[in-house]
Ligand binder design. Sequence first.
Ligand SMILES: C[S@@+](CC[C@H](N)C(=O)[O-])C[C@H]1O[C@@H](n2cnc3c(N)ncnc32)[C@H](O)[C@@H]1O
Length: 211
Amino acid sequence: MSEKVRKNKSIKAWVTQHVNDSYVNQAQKDGFRSRAAYKLIELDEQDRIFNGVNIVVDLGCAPGSWSQIALAKIPANGIVIGVDLLEIQPLSGLKFIHGDFTEQTTLDALLETINQRQVDLVISDMAPNLSGIKQVDQSREAYLVELVFDFAKEHLKVGGHCLIKVFHGYEFDNLVKQARELFTQVVIRKPSASRSKSSETYLLCKGKKLV
Ligand SMILES: C[S@@+](CC[C@H](N)C(=O)[O-])C[C@H]1O[C@@H](n2cnc3c(N)ncnc32)[C@H](O)[C@@H]1O
């Protein structure tokens, strides 16, 4: 089978799975921008991560379903700041920064928007573009997770929470270890809307320590 035929087949399989996916259909009915919404809803039902939260940073926010939920969960005077490499359709109330979180200019724009306040909650659903080479993809993902920890170290309030997508791979244990150094409680979650064959899991890091 040629490379082109194989690629077309896998795109077709993805489209078929996507169309038949009950979470995709439900997201359309509920007005969410993506099926990812149900992952955050389930995690919040279980762990109440939005309790007492006013300022949220949503990293890798496009197309915006986590931001939709965050905006609905926080008080009217709260702030949600979303960052993504991709543009998004405007979302009322969201302060959106279009940029690469690994770049200083994006971090500077984020810090300017935070304006010296401490963040209550960081949620990161960032996933790098997959190369298909497992080790490369896992290292890229781990790098993003480490940058989220660096950001949390400096700008998340003491006692604040962080929810981060992490791929299960050879970097996983090391990332959990880093999370445990920074937070009082770290639990691993795999919400039902996360496809079982995907290696993604979420680290729910609760209660930032005074470090
Ligand atoms: C799975 S999607 C997020 C879905 C989102 N949580 C939602 O509910 O709509 C992952 C996003 O991470 C973004 N991303 C990946 N690497 C990034 C980076 N370095 N900086 C900013 N965004 C990034 C991608 O562009 C993509 O939109």
